[in-house]
Design a protein around this ligand. Structure first.
Ligand SMILES: Cc1ncc(COP(=O)(O)O)c(C=O)c1O
Length: 415
């Protein structure tokens, strides 16, 4: 494709300094071509703290992109919890341990009362894969409805419901896509198409901030879409991997912002501040059907150290009032972006900024911001939306720095 690339082109190592060039080339040889590096000048990060990261030359960057270190890079309480548990014992869910039960009870208490069962895994992909297995057993259906540019993960089953990975051709014949602008009519058409193909629906799966679709805080027609799926025998799965755990500011869960009532909730990324933890939260009767057909063991899912990391992250999220910070700092940032004349949208610390001029200009802005020591990325079907999604302790000073550099980047670039 012509124009600036979303990712580093490994044919372009010529302009890099010798150390970076050597690492890029060795990485290419060892890891192969499926991996991607951000930016036209790849970044080698060596340290992080709070909302800042540092590269190998000691240069500091403002992290306005990474939601996985949700309570801040290298948070001392999470580091201490991991260290202490790793020094003591790390084992799996086939031995009795109080930590996983305590943690599950605390998170379940924040979900709707009928969501009463927690199952742990390591990645969002695995959580969605398990959710889909549960939905398929419980409904007897196979059909899945997702949004046009959805991303739900990388297992074979989940890649087949993730059009943003490989486009429409990568989608299985038991999957239908709906436009996030018109969820009701899209879902009704998808259900009609399933009926024509003799496919019973299993689930509608929605990322409730529509991150890969371009970050949309509203879900027009979602209530009617869920009702139609349920009437046809399917379930509603809320993929909270992106919006969950307080990022949207006003509620802990993205589906809550819309007054929705999911059958299954999946979570991952921000749960344990970088440690691989994910989970499925579901209604007991659905898990009962699954358990009658299969058993569940995940070697690393719910291990003692991971749960210690998740518990510490949960405690920091609450003790440091990070959801409230997401609301206030996110609101401040959104207003600041609009004062720059940008058509920004979002909720809390999850903001999308469409860039006039489209994809090439958006990618040029991302690269210029990297040169200005601010980390961001592009999102959306056409990669023409800036995705702002920093660690939750982002301050108004951080927001001011982002606004200053973005304003300068927009006036500097000529694309
Ligand atoms: C909405 C959503 N669901 C699921 C996933 C998959 O999570 P993981 O990369 O942990 O497998 C992602 C990852 O970006 C995501 O954004």
């Amino acid at each position: 494709m012509a124009g600036p690339a979303t990712y580093f082109d490994s044919a372009n190592t010529g302009g890099l300094d010798p150390v970076t060039r050597d690492l890029v080339e060795r990485r290419d040889r060892a890891l192969g071509p499926a991996y991607r590096l951000f930016y036209d000048e790849p970044l080698r990060l060596v340290r992080g703290l709070g909302t800042k990261v540092w590269d190998a030359d000691g240069v500091e960057y403002l992290d306005a992109y990474n939601n996985v270190p949700s309570v801040g890079h290298a948070h001392p309480r999470v580091v201490a919890a991991i260290t202490q548990q790793a020094e003591t014992l790390n084992t799996h869910t086939r031995y009795l341990q109080p930590g996983i039960v305590d943690y599950a009870e605390q998170v379940l208490a924040t979900l709707p009362p009928h969501i009463d069962t927690a199952m742990f895994a390591c990645t969002g992909s695995e959580a969605n894969d398990l959710a889909l297995r549960i939905a398929k057993f419980a409904t007897g259906g196979t059909g899945v409805i997702v949004t046009t540019n959805a991303y739900h993960g990388v297992t074979t089953e989940i890649a087949a419901i993730s059009p943003s990975l490989g486009g429409i051709d990568s989608i299985a014949d038991w999957v239908r896509l709906v436009d996030p602008d018109d969820l009701t009519n899209g879902t009704l058409s998808a259900l009609a198409s399933f009926a024509d193909a003799d496919i019973r629906p299993a689930a509608l799966i929605i990322d409730t901030i529509l991150a890969s679709d371009g970050v949309y805080p509203e879900l027009p027609g979602i209530v009617e879409a869920i009702a139609a799926v349920r009437a046809a025998g399917g379930l509603f799965i809320a993929d909270e991997v992106q919006p969950g755990f307080g990022r949207l500011g006003t509620q802990l869960w993205g589906f809550e912002r819309h007054g929705l009532d999911p059958d299954i909730v999946t979570v991952g990324k921000p749960m344990a501040n970088g440690h691989p933890v994910s989970a499925v939260f579901a209604r007991r009767e659905l898990v009962d059907v699954f358990a009658a057909n299969a058993r569940y063991f995940n070697t690393f899912g719910g291990n003692t150290v991971s749960i210690a990391a998740a518990q510490a992250t949960w405690d920091v999220l609450h003790d440091e009032h990070l959801m409230a910070n997401a609301a206030t700092t996110g609101g401040y940032l959104l207003s600041g972006l609009r004062e720059l004349g940008l058509d920004a949208r979002g909720a809390g610390l999850f903001i999308g900024v469409p860039i006039a001029g489209g994809r090439d200009r958006t990618i040029a802005v991302v690269n210029e911001l990297r040169r200005r020591r601010v980390l961001l990325a592009a999102s959306g079907v056409n990669n023409d939306v800036l995705k702002i999604r920093p660690p939750l302790p982002f301050t108004t000073d951080d927001a001011d720095r982002l606004l200053t550099e973005l304003d300068a980047a927009l006036t500097t670039i000529t694309v």
